[in-house]
Design a protein around this ligand. Structure first.
Ligand code: AMP
Ligand code: MG
Length: 315
């Protein structure tokens, strides 16, 4: 299956060099990270970043996360502070994005940050994207590799399904976390702007967080409106599916019927928050809607609840 898609390639020295050449020519490529697959381009290049926005159909006011190979390269672009020092010791590299004040001499193209004073920065841990970052001499702007508004891709084939042969896809297998990075604003009292792979409780072991409220989430331009839509309606807090529809349940005992799908973030001894794959699977099985049982209230379900809630916004 995989070999029949010529633009899907596996990580190797030779293929990494091929990706490097493309990025240096300001082309865009899809790369795996530990969160979701990213659509990556040279963050110094207006041309590359313009391609990312155009290909995704992304709102031009929604700034991008910039990915760095290490602390040294990150510090060239942003001013760090004590909160950053504390958190980065424990969570970098990893699935966390920091909003920090940009340095005056930052070379990141304005197109990627909308001329804001701040920049969203992350050092990913995934080995495949790290191997690319190490052989290029620029950071990568990389939003999720899906059309804006639709489900985030957690497998190479998800990217292919949406974009076919438009760009090269580096297949590093399913992503570890299956959900986006946690975005935390550190420019004043730390506040979570987007729930993600690292739960707030885990971060609170190291710093105290300001309660998130409507106002602070508006600080993150990309959080407004419909997102993560599988293309069929989603209904929350339902006991049963609608006719022709499917049900996502968090209780294994309830999942015997063909139209019932069990979801647990703890499968085979590891945490995976990949609710996106399940929504895609249900859509591909031609169900016409997704009903979702009441989502458990524990910390690990918080980011999943956030994605399902936003997927359920009907326009
Ligand atoms: P994504 O849409 O998955 O690429 O996520 C990036 C998120 O980070 C979006 O919600 C953006 O609005 C947010 N973001 C990026 N840059 C900034 C910034 N400078 N200040 C606040 N939020 C940002
Ligand atoms: Mg996205």
């Amino acid at each position: 299956m995989r070999n029949s898609h010529l633009n899907i390639i596996r990580p190797s020295k030779k293929n990494d060099e091929l990706i490097k050449k493309k990025l240096e020519k300001n082309e865009i490529v899809a790369l795996p990270t530990e969160t979701v697959y990213g659509l990556a381009g040279n963050a110094y290049s207006k041309k590359a970043v313009a391609k990312i926005y155009k290909t995704k159909g992304r709102n031009k006011y929604n700034p991008l996360i910039i990915h760095f190979k290490d602390m040294k390269s990150l510090k060239k672009e942003v001013q760090t502070n004590k909160h950053f020092t504390k958190l980065s010791k424990h969570f970098c590299p990893g699935p966390i994005t920091f909003i920090l004040n940009k340095k005056k001499g930052s070379k990141i193209t304005k197109l990627a940050h909308k001329n804001l004073k701040t920049l969203a920065v992350r050092i990913p841990k995934n080995e495949d994207i790290q191997n690319i970052l190490k052989i290029i001499n620029f950071p990568l702007a990389a939003p999720s590799a899906n059309k804006s508004g639709s489900l985030s891709p957690t497998k190479a084939l998800h990217v292919y399904d949406e974009f076919k042969n438009k760009f090269t896809i580096l297949d590093g297998g399913p992503t570890k976390y299956g959900i986006e990075s946690t975005v935390i604003d550190l420019t004043s009292k730390p506040v979570i702007l987007r729930k993600g792979a690292i739960p707030s409780r885990t971060l609170e072991k190291f710093i105290s967080l300001k309660d998130n409220n409507e106002k602070s989430s508006l600080k993150s331009p990309g959080l407004i409106g419909k997102h993560y839509s599988p293309g069929i309606p989603i209904y929350l807090n339902r006991e049963r599916p609608y006719s022709g529809g499917a049900l996502i349940t968090f209780n294994k005992k309830k999942s015997k019927n063909k139209n019932c799908f069990f979801f647990s973030p703890k499968i085979k001894g590891r945490n995976s928050l990949d609710i996106f794959s399940l929504m895609r699977l249900i859509k591909n099985k031609k169900f016409t809607s997704i009903s979702v049982n009441k989502i458990p209230n524990s910390d690990i379900y918080k980011s999943i609840a956030d994605r399902l809630m936003r997927a359920s916004i009907h326009e």
